[in-house]
Design a binder for this molecule. Sequence first.
Ligand code: BTN
Length: 249
Amino acid sequence: MYPTHIFASTDSTNRIALDMAKKGAPHGTGILAEMQVKGRGRLDRSWYSPAKKGLYCSVIVRPQLSVEDYPKITLVAGLSVAQTLIRTCACQCSVKWPNDIYCSGRKLGGILTESSSFPQGSDESFAVVGIGVNIRNSQEDFEPELTTKATSVFLETNKIYKIEAVFQAIRLELLRGIEIFEQKGFEEVLGRWKELDMLQGKMVRWMQPNGEYLYGKSRGPDCDGRLIIQETSGEYHQVLYGDVLLKDR
Ligand code: BTN
């Protein structure tokens, strides 16, 4: 059994997990909150976290991996969340590079991985995998700007799931995914990730550092976790950060 700390309300489970990990909390420790008042998203965005509607959790991991491999943990986590929701909730979702879970063209969940800055090879190295999934939200439970962009497990399946049970299943799958990464390498994870890739072969756009969009077909992540986009000229680009959107969205 892995330790689990449950809070009625917190600012951010990632913030708590980072504090606990710095104090030595073990691999697999989970932090779960019924609501968050300062839920954090990727790229400095916030994560809307109304009480008892979503899964808001963080898992501390201390993988036997080099620190350069840590960014790939986000892909492992996204895959683990999607596989769990498909298996245990019959929610047919997909993954979107690098950290999103989508269903019916709308966002169902996201991952925010934050890691330690200990030196390479240090036993103290860790990553905190923050996971947010909309579980029980009805359409009116979303903020107005999210109503056409977000979905929930309830909206997709018409079923109400126990949030803590979904958390336990996701944590087990995440820790299993990390073990596969450690023992068989990232290629093993990547093969499975690509089977659920929402953007595979689709025309996408990515905002380049100069503010202009790059258009091309998404060819999926490479073995370093970077997204490959192929322009119509045939030229390949490796995308490391930012948002990649379907071309006509
Ligand atoms: C994203 O899609 O931008 C990532 C969202 C991650 C949200 C989760 S909710 C639990 C954990 N604690 C946080 O503050 N953020 C993550």
